[in-house]
Design a protein around this ligand. Sequence first.
Ligand code: OSB
Ligand code: MG
Length: 392
Amino acid sequence: MNIPSDSTGAALQVDRLILREIRLELREPFRISSGLMSARRIALLELFDATGARTWSECVAFQLPNYTSETIDTAWLAIREWLAPRILGRQFASPAEVHAVLEKNIRGHNMAKAAVEMGCWGLASVLRATPLSALLGGTRDRVPTGISLGIQPEPALLVQRAQAAVAAGYRKIKVKIQPGQDIEYVRAVRVALGDTVDIMADANSAYTLRDIEHLAQLDEFDLIMLEQPLGDDDLVGHATLQRRMTTPICLDESITSVDRAEDMITLQSGRIINIKPGRVGGLSASKAIHDVAQRAGMPVWCGGMLESGIERAYNVALASLPNFSLPGDLSPSARYWARDIVTPEWTMDGEGMVHVPVNRPGLGVTVDEDHIEAISVRREELRPARVVVGVA
Ligand code: OSB
Ligand code: MG
């Protein structure tokens, strides 16, 4: 069978895929309400097409299921057993077709699906010699970035970090909160930074509706949003909370697909969406969520997963779409790592803007393959199987 290619270039066919695991130490430990991270175990994919073109993608799943149910180990299994066999050796006219193929009769595993799907977008970008941002419909060459600050042992330490971040140019200060480390922390940051800085808080699902009056105290601080205060499956609870609060609620963990985004809009569970392509199953789903939010007049922004420079390339390209109208969690490489795995490393200018590589096809940065080789702890090569389970 020969599927015709679309007008912009050749059809896409992944003939070989290498899965790797690397270890990257964070420059400083990061605490959210559900746990502490001091190093990342990161799964990387290297995708090869029939013509010899290749690219890299990243799976953003963490080591533990404390943010979503996936982990690096469940993702590895899902990619090897169910997802890679779906696409290896198969021709796609466009990377936009990959998401549906990975979705059919495979529930969940969004971060695993995203790693495969995003790699296909990356490969298409190389094959068509088109920058990823252009391929996705991006319209901007610089995107504003914010910083996400982990929970600190005391408010004064958080204030120090927030002040340094404002001085560095960050456009948005996000502080992680949890019960017992919330109102006074946010108050201290607001008092120290003054009224003109955009501040927000992220609870990573640490509260329930029993805390509704407690959370409403945050309205005093004029936050640009409160991210994911309640459980990931609690769209109705978020709607109740949003009716009680003036602060806009932003959903992160709750938004796992375009259907959940539509539910949020219908139920009025919040007013802003954090899009992480890993959490929603890739770039096609991210674009679809971006589009439904835009039609509803709801701003979106690009979230972060303490990712390496490979995933960051995809995130920066995505954030160049027009309705990404709030600063993303797109901090420069040096915020996270002593040494990133791409060159040049991701940087931010003095105005808190990350530059979109609009003149380079593919990821727009060079993958440091020697460095990756040196820090790889696991490697597995996948090729088309003779019998593919579950594909009609
Ligand atoms: O909720 O956005 C989150 C980090 C770990 C787990 C969850 C989250 C985060 C962040 C980090 O906020 C953002 C970044 O990558 O800079
Ligand atoms: Mg969040």
